[in-house]
Design a protein around this ligand. Structure first.
Ligand code: ATP
Length: 361
């Protein structure tokens, strides 16, 4: 069902306004402490905002705007929460754990157990029905917890980093199950993993310091990040600059002519450039002046060169990631050896405007 939440929790620095359409799965991303879990807790009824309101499928969950506030308690909200830890009842077996949801909303024991069997089959856990939670692996327990959440037939499923506590081997199966069960379902999933956003969500929201700062389809948000957090999730360099004489001017360099006919923003408008570290070439320090254009740069085309100091070197898959001038450049180990790179050394970076995504801030 559709959700609208607008709430402020000053003690946690959270002030959000978000909507989910009916049947939409939304991923909520953001750095540690951004307020993601607080948003989930607000919807679930576990945190009381100072002001705000929330509606799920047209039904008020809370409304603290007027003098006579409305507050629906957690167990009557029609939401189910799957957290990092499965939190199964230790004294009940798996089947009874899953049947607990329908039982608590008034189903007969027989109907609740039939629902449990159906949902256990749905998460490939039918064979675990008679086990106690203590006899399950972490991955199995989380699948059972998912079945329990779904068996409650929630109008909105809330998932707060549901795979964060799993062993790496258990994650792919859980992700496949989530993909299957979240399809067409109203759900909000908090995650740190960009793959979850890409595979599970119709749309992503990025939170920072208690506010939602980016929103859109995962592919768009990741191609055109608006914050360093999202850029690093997407594995991109992000540089802020301004439009000047048709060019993009950042602190260290200028990309002439790239904004000659911009779709938006005039002279002095703020623009962003996002580009992959693999598109940045590294050359020995030479007689280069800031912003000088190399007409036939590596890979062809017009490149912009600028001097920068290497701050760090780190392995990046089968490449070496060079951090210099606030940017990342991924080069081959052979090239790094050829350049004899060391932190503190000056180099020349070559940027290829053709490999960049340029967009108004
Ligand atoms: N129980 C609490 N009491 C008071 N403040 C809290 C409580 N839980 C979290 N906070 C604070 O509220 C802010 C938002 O925290 P929240 O847990 O919602 O962030 P998050 O984005 O989920 O972080 P993480 O990714 O680390 O889980 C943080 O400043 C945090 O320190």
């Amino acid at each position: 069902m559709s959700l609208h939440l607008s709430a402020t929790v000053p003690q946690r620095g959270v002030d959000v306004d978000l909507r989910l359409a009916e049947g939409e799965t939304v991923a909520l991303l953001g750095p540690n402490g951004a307020g993601k879990s607080t948003v989930v807790s607000l919807i679930a009824g576990l945190v009381h905002p100072e002001v705000g309101r929330a509606e799920l499928g047209g039904r008020t969950l809370f409304n603290l705007a007027g003098s006579r506030g409305t507050w629906v308690p957690a167990h009557r909200r029609g939401t189910a929460l799957l957290a990092q830890e499965p939190l199964l009842f230790p004294h009940l077996n798996v089947r009874e754990n899953v049947a607990f949801g329908p039982r608590s909303t008034g189903s007969s024991r027989k109907t609740a157990l039939a629902a449990a069997d159906r949902w256990l089959a749905e998460v490939d856990a039918a064979d675990l029905a008679r086990r106690r939670p203590s006899e399950l692996s972490g991955g199995q327990a989380q699948r059972v917890a998912l079945a329990r959440a779904l068996a409650a037939e929630p109008a909105l499923l809330l998932l707060d980093e549901p795979m964060a506590a799993l062993d790496v081997e258990a994650v792919p199966l859980m992700r496949r199950l989530l993909k299957r069960t979240l399809a067409g379902r109203s759900a909000l999933i908090v995650t740190h993993d960009v793959l979850d956003a890409l595979t599970l969500a119709d749309r992503v929201l990025v939170m920072q310091e208690g506010r939602i700062v980016e929103s859109g389809p995962a592919a768009v948000v990741l191609r055109r990040p608006r914050s360093q957090f999202t850029a690093s999730l997407a594995g991109l360099n992000l540089v802020a600059g301004i439009r000047k004489s048709g060019g993009f001017v950042a602190g260290d360099f200028t990309l002439p002519g790239v904004l000659a006919e911009p779709a938006a923003g005039g002279e002095g408008a703020r623009w962003l450039a996002a580009f992959s570290p693999t598109s940045v070439a590294v050359h020995p320090a030479g007689p280069v002046h800031p912003g000088v254009v190399h007409p036939a740069g590596p890979g062809g085309g017009v490149h912009t060169l600028f001097r920068a100091r290497v701050t760090d070197l780190e392995p990046q898959g089968d490449r070496i990631r060079v951090r210099a001038g606030g940017l990342a450049a991924d080069i081959s180990p052979g090239r790094a050896a050829e350049l004899g790179l060391d932190p503190g050394q000056d180099v020349v970076l070559a940027l290829n405007p053709e490999a960049m995504e340029l967009y108004p801030e």
